[in-house]
Design a protein around this ligand. Structure first.
Ligand code: SAM
Length: 481
């Protein structure tokens, strides 16, 4: 299936480039206030400012989502024809004019067409192809951008992840079950001058037996009642089976040292920690995993969210069946987050962590830092001879009460301005130790001085402090000098 022949796609790409239309250009053309208001869904500034010039027409069609006159549309789309636009679905007739039939979004230098029309959510076809949404952005942000030979995007949809991968991978493969999704991915590849290998099939089946340096997936992870059938969000597996399948395949999919990032929902079942469930998905050896839970919804909020997404919020029977399914399976909540995987040798290690606060982005750097530190040797022997430095942007904060002898500090904690922006409570002994962590003296000397000052034995003190130092290094408060 093709949405446009390559020659027509090239003319459409040319028309878009010639118009200069790009969401990031809105603030330069119409002013920061109008562009910022539009991001929040208030289009009055743009509507007042948009003229009949090509940039204005593309803005009205693809950012604001209103109809424009046929003549203005024909001029703005040239050398792509108005008839061609109506025939392929890019535009639809609306009153006396034409309106957007597809969505057009941008990320970085990429322009991406999809079924996601501006300002609409409901009223979708079953094979609706999503545009760039919040989940796509999260995965884009969490994907490392170092050079690789081979990359895979599983469940590519409009192709946004695959197009971004093409910026740093020599060969990119993108798969999807939906023909329409692959057709949009092909069109977007042509428009952006990118080559992709596009394969159709169910989850891992089209790439069976192949390995990749980097795998990303924003898969159809929604936990729906079986058979609800929205291709963009239901992967045809029960519960969180899509994520479980991807996790189980990590060691077969990744080249040695390879990396995988995927988004997922997971169940919080009565009597079971979510981390136990997620850890159980992975092979017993061959991977380091960091699963980050960004939010948890209770079943009712989850059902409401996804009913709104598909415009089915009035369907009480569907909601009841969905909620019954959650009750029958003892589901208390549904977690959402991303999972970073690194292929390694030896026993697998899976760390699951709930992170609700805003961290310093890109997330890709946070994940890479985490893997790097976990692969470092932080054994007692190695740290004993190492010098430690307090990381940039770490401050000590204290709370105190006024007592008989003036201010009495009752709690102290470290706080990070950068990176994960963690806060961590510490005791007075550690405060003293960290005050001398400037990257010069080895740990053994610092421990000896501290032991002398407290009349303690150095070895005993180190046995007590080593796990704490290790944790502070793993969490980015301390670095090896
Ligand atoms: C959430 S969309 C992905 C969008 C895109 N990758 C992004 O990041 O914006 C999930 C995609 O998975 C596809 N899909 C659904 N079921 C699938 C299956 N069983 N195997 C492979 N792909 C599937 C859908 O057609 C849809 O394009």
């Amino acid at each position: 299936m093709r949405l446009l022949q390559p020659e027509a796609a090239a003319r459409l790409g040319e028309a878009r480039r010639e118009s200069g239309y790009h969401r990031a250009a809105l603030s330069a053309v119409y002013g920061r206030d109008a562009a910022a208001a539009a991001e929040r869904g208030d289009y009055r500034g743009l509507l007042a400012a948009c003229g009949d010039d090509p940039f204005g027409v593309w803005t009205r069609l693809f950012t604001v989502g209103v109809a424009v006159g046929e003549r203005a549309a024909a001029t703005a789309l040239a050398p792509f024809g108005l008839d061609e636009a109506l025939a392929c679905g890019l535009l639809v007739r609306s009153g006396d004019g034409v309106a957007a039939g597809w969505g057009l979004q941008s990320t970085g230098d990429l322009a991406v067409f999809s079924d996601q029309r501006p300002n609409t959510t409901g009223g979708r076809a079953r094979d609706h192809v999503l545009g760039i949404g919040g989940a796509s952005e999260l995965l884009l942000d969490a994907t490392p951008r170092s050079e690789v030979h081979t990359a895979l995007d599983l469940g590519t949809g409009c192709g946004v992840q695959a197009l971004a991968l093409a910026g740093h991978a020599q060969a990119v493969t993108a798969t999807d079950l939906s023909e329409r999704a692959l057709a949009f991915a092909a069109l977007n590849a042509e428009i952006n001058g990118v080559e992709l290998e596009l394969l159709r099939g169910d989850l891992l089946e089209p790439v069976a037996g192949r390995r990749f340096d980097l795998v990303v997936a924003n898969p159809p992870f929604v936990i729906a009642t079986p058979g609800s059938g929205w291709t963009y969000r239901d992967g045809g597996r029960e519960a969180d089976g899509v994520a479980a399948e991807l996790a189980a395949a990590a060691t077969e999919l990744l080249s040695p040292g390879g990396t995988m990032r995927f988004l997922a929902n997971w169940l919080h079942l009565r009597g079971q920690e979510w981390s136990e469930r997620v850890a159980g998905w992975f092979p017993e050896s061959g991977v380091n995993v960091w699963a980050v839970e960004r939010e948890v919804l209770d079943p009712l909020d989850y059902v409401r969210t996804w009913q709104r997404d598909s415009g089915e919020e009035g369907d009480a029977d569907q909601a009841a069946a969905w909620l019954d399914w959650f009750d029958e399976h003892e589901v208390e909540g549904i977690g959402f987050g991303f999972i970073g995987v690194r292929s390694t040798e030896g026993a697998s290690e899976v760390v699951c962590e709930a992170v609700r606060h805003a961290v310093e982005t890109p997330w890709a750097d946070r994940v890479e830092d985490r893997f790097a530190v976990r692969e470092a040797d932080l054994s007692p022997e190695t740290l004993w001879g190492a010098s430690l430095r307090l990381a940039d942007g770490v401050s000590l904060q204290q709370s105190a009460e006024l007592g008989g002898e003036g201010w009495e500090v009752d709690a102290q904690w470290l706080r990070q301005r950068h990176g994960m922006r963690y806060a961590e409570a510490i005791d007075p002994l550690l405060v003293k130790f960290l005050g001398a962590c400037n990257g010069t003296a080895p740990v053994r000397l610092q421990i000896q001085l501290l032991a002398d000052a407290h009349g303690a034995e150095a070895a005993m003190l180190y046995a007590q402090l080593h796990p704490v130092l290790r944790r502070l290094i793993e969490r980015g408060f301390l670095t090896l000098a």
